[in-house]
Design a protein around this ligand. Structure first.
Ligand code: ZN
Length: 298
């Protein structure tokens, strides 16, 4: 089926840099087509740039701060999302402009996303793990649930009375994690949600770091991006047996023609200790934050 047509759906620009972005960069790099849908502009998320600006004496602040509106700030966030897509090699970025922190499970949103799925016609969909995991139902699992409902909708159209035919081209959904929803293990017998697919992102970890470098609005650039990559993606890598990794869970178990023995399993050799050497370092990634990333207006 390769090249694949991959649709990635997240609620905020930051998720497009911090969740499955290494995997996105890997697939984009091998010629797969990637469409990134970002549901909101993340306009109320981790307002670090704004806090930093307000901590400055007035004469040192961005001169455009005085006239900042919701629209100016959303444009600032849209440019972050565009730079992230560029760094990762995403072919098309679609911003749906929903309201940040106010994504509720409703049929209009599911239909809007169903239209996008029909238009993109993906083979693979990546979205956030859709199970609610806390006292408030936040944007992330809700987005995953809306994606699943949208897939149900596109699969159940009847041309004669809906005006569109059903679409059944999505062969696989992969749920990604922000870190914290999943069990800290790759042992299926551990209690909790154990991811069933791990992607080795070591070769592209610099792209993930540089994608996070674009998120100046949230203060993710620089040291924080490297901390996230080393502490979280590095921990995922330690679990997965490589330097850096991203975990996924598929909604259903997979049927094979015979017992699955991928090359990583067949080629596995005994190591007394899994040593961290020659595996690269996210920490040493050169900064990719352009000077304009700190400016409210282009
Ligand atoms: Zn988010």
């Amino acid at each position: 089926m390769s090249p694949f047509n991959i649709l990635v759906v997240y609620p905020h620009p930051a998720d497009s840099a911090t969740e499955a972005s290494g995997t996105v960069a890997l697939h984009a790099g091998r010629g797969d087509n990637v469409t990134s849908v970002v549901l909101t502009h993340g306009e109320r998320h981790h307002m670090q740039w704004l806090a930093d600006q307000k901590a400055l004496p007035e004469h040192k602040r961005d001169p455009d701060l005085k006239t900042m509106t919701l629209e100016t700030y959303r444009d600032f966030k849209a440019r972050e999302a565009e730079r992230i897509a560029d760094v990762l090699g995403v072919n098309e970025l679609i911003l749906l402009g929903w309201t940040d922190h106010e994504i509720y499970f409703d049929l209009d949103k599911a239909h809007e996303l169903a239209d996008v799925i029909r238009k993109v016609a993906p083979d693979i969909v990546i979205t956030h793990f859709p199970v609610d995991n806390g006292p408030s139902i936040n944007d992330h699992p809700t987005s995953g649930r809306i994606v699943m409902k949208a897939l149900e909708i596109v699969g159940n159209r009847v041309g004669e009375f809906d005006g569109v035919d059903s679409y059944h081209g999505v062969k696989q959904v992969f749920f990604s994690f922000a870190g914290g929803e999943e069990a800290n293990s790759n042992n299926f017998l551990m209690p909790g949600i154990v991811p069933d697919v791990w992607v080795d992102t070591t070769s592209v970890i610099h792209k993930k770091v540089q994608a996070m470098d674009q998120l100046t609005s949230q203060g993710y650039e620089g040291e924080t991006a490297r901390w996230i990559a080393e502490a979280r993606d590095g921990r995922w890598g330690m679990i997965a047996g490589c330097a850096y990794a991203e975990p996924f869970l598929r909604p259903h178990a997979t049927t094979y023609d015979s017992l699955p023995m991928p090359s990583r399993v067949v080629g596995k050799e005994y190591e007394p200790t899994v040593l961290h050497s020659g595996r690269g370092s996210a920490r040493n990634t050169a900064s990719a934050t352009p000077p304009e990333a700190y400016k409210l207006r282009p």
